[in-house]
Design a protein around this ligand. Structure first.
Ligand SMILES: *[C@@H]1O[C@H](CO)[C@@H](O)[C@H](O)[C@H]1NC(C)=O
Length: 226
């Protein structure tokens, strides 16, 4: 309880003005059960959701990529990589595993995941390649309650209870979240880093975030141009 209270206090007190993080990335340099980034979303009570981001890692065990919890569900919207290479998308109490998608270490991977409340279906895209469409969470539902969004760790309680064995190590960038399902063309534009519509819930070009522990915000490395 005290821990929950502390987390709430941190989340309500430390938000800064939104920043344009274009060309930057968060580097998570080591394994821990504490280092993380908190993201401040716009609004709550989402009907549909799409999250897109890019990650770079050499981790082969399971790890969390995007963890959103609400008071009623710690896995309200969770993108999670399994040690067998499957990409999992959890929406509230339903988790779907997606098999056979691109799974490379040591290169940037573009990842999008969506849940459509009209059909109840979930889908992920990795490097523009779509998964099968699977049961996400009951059609017509709302992901209600104030969300806490965390990068680098997986929430086993609302805002905390992290597991070192599921921590992310590597770089994350271009995190966007929408309260609707993106069309295949929009997913493609995000993947190619072309003119896509930035997220209306999380926008990398105007992001409120907090850093806890050893996470470095730095410029994205670009290939040598000599
Ligand atoms: C979200 O839904 C809850 C009830 O489920 C309600 O109390 C709250 O006011 C809603 N928030 C917004 C911003 O509509």
């Amino acid at each position: 309880m005290e821990r929950l209270f502390l987390v709430h206090a941190l989340f309500t007190m430390c938000w800064a003005v939104p920043q344009d993080l274009s060309g930057k990335m968060f580097t998570f340099p080591k394994e821990s059960d504490s280092d993380h980034v908190g993201l401040m979303p716009t609004g709550e009570n989402y009907t549909s959701v799409t999250v897109c981001l890019r990650y770079f890692t050499d981790v082969k065990r399971a790890f969390s990529i995007f963890s959103m919890a609400t008071p009623t569900s710690t896995n309200d919207f969770l993108l999670f990589k399994e040690s067998n290479g499957d990409m999992e998308l959890h929406v509230r109490y339903e988790g779907s595993a997606f098999t056979g998608l691109p799974d490379e270490q040591n290169m940037w991977m573009s990842l999008c995941g969506s849940w459509d409340s009209v059909t109840g279906l979930s889908q992920v895209w990795i490097n523009g390649k779509p998964s099968a469409r699977k049961m996400g969470y009951t059609a017509g539902s709302v992901l209600d309650g104030k969300p806490i969004i965390i990068l680098g760790q997986e929430q086993d309680s609302y805002g905390g209870n992290f597991d070192k064995g599921q921590a992310f190590i590597g770089q994350l960038t271009d995190v966007h979240m929408w309260n609707y399902v993106l069309s295949p063309c929009e997913i493609q534009r995000f993947t190619s880093d072309l003119n896509f519509t930035p997220g209306n819930v999380l926008n990398w070009r105007s992001l409120e975030y907090t850093i806890d522990g050893h996470v470095v915000l730095e410029n994205k490395q670009t290939p040598c141009q000599e």
